[in-house]
Design a protein around this ligand. Sequence first.
Ligand SMILES: [Zn+2]
Length: 417
Amino acid sequence: MQTGEAVTKAFLFFLFTKSLIEAYLDNRNRKHILANRNKVPEKFESQITIEEHKKAADYTIEKIRVGKFFNFIELILLLIWTIGGGVEALDHLAKNLNLSEMMTGVTFFGIYMIISFILGLPQSIYSTFVLEEKFGFNKTTPKTFLLDLVKGTILGVLIGLPIIYGILWIMNALGEYWWAYAWAFLTIVQFTIMWAYPRFIAPLFNKFSELEEGEVKDKVEVLLAKTGFESNGLFVMDASIRSSHGNAYFTGFGKNKRIVFFDTLIKNLTADEVTAVLAHELGHFKRKHIVKGLIKSVIFSLVGFAVLGFMASWTPFFLGHGVEAQNTHTGLLLFMMVAGVYTYGLIPLNAMTSRKYEFEADEFASQYANAQDLITALVKLYKHNASTLTPDPGYSKFYHSHPPALVRVQHLESLIK
Ligand SMILES: [Zn+2]
């Protein structure tokens, strides 16, 4: 058997195993949620009505159903792009334009971006205007949706194409260890974007206003003083123009750190609850979860580039995934397309670390704010987001970055005692 064929077999094996596991876990989750649909778990009875509980179940099940459909489409598309000859055809198309080698590569990626943008549209339209709408979460008007598309596309072209150009240039020009240079280049770009995001990119999509004087601000400032956290401002973001889901987050790093509250969060939670949620977020920062996460992603990307460095010169990698034209741009795109198939098994490891961090951040929050406030805030968030209180434990272990509601609340209660 030729090595190319062996690679094809391995690819199909990994791809179908991934799809089977996805379908299996989705089914488990759906069954578990249905089985618990008609009763609010005892711990939440005082805060959540049976109607709200049923709505959360129906919303989650609907998301599973829609997700399954689009997963299937994605699987078919990946097969068409790879062993179906899509990448190969795209390469011919770009080469027929008779441009320089570099411009052929950039054009190749440009066309690919346009095609995948168009193919992705039905999913985002359906999710926003059908699924979210049906459960009353959607606040996006068609105008906001269109503006987002235009702004997102312009940004994607302005930022994405120069990055692709840079990486293709490095691949072509910098010799045997190009992958190390490409990694360094991308890491610098990523940090620059992270730095620029709160100041220059996020304001293109949302309005940020300073947190108003009042009870929330007073309590938040006391918390910041207690924890010794320095930020470059407290902001409220008009998340409600798109969705009624609520959240709070940090953004940026170094002196450019900002604390951002969704307006939906301020609206639905008491001042003490907002403070407790922020204390949890500060916990992620103070317990170094953010730094650790960054280091992990930088190392992971180095490993990724080293593997790409090998694959880009290994012919069976191309032939095995349906591409005869072995060159830098087909190698890069092919790698980006198939990497997720081979790393799917790492998701539970990541989720496990993340859940451990959630417990640590809750512990931090219980030291600097009131754990009881965090509990009521969490339950409110579950309620307003219609997140299910009863996910399947197996599904949750595999995918969820946060522990299930019951586990988390029990842990918080143990911290009060
Ligand atoms: Zn958290």
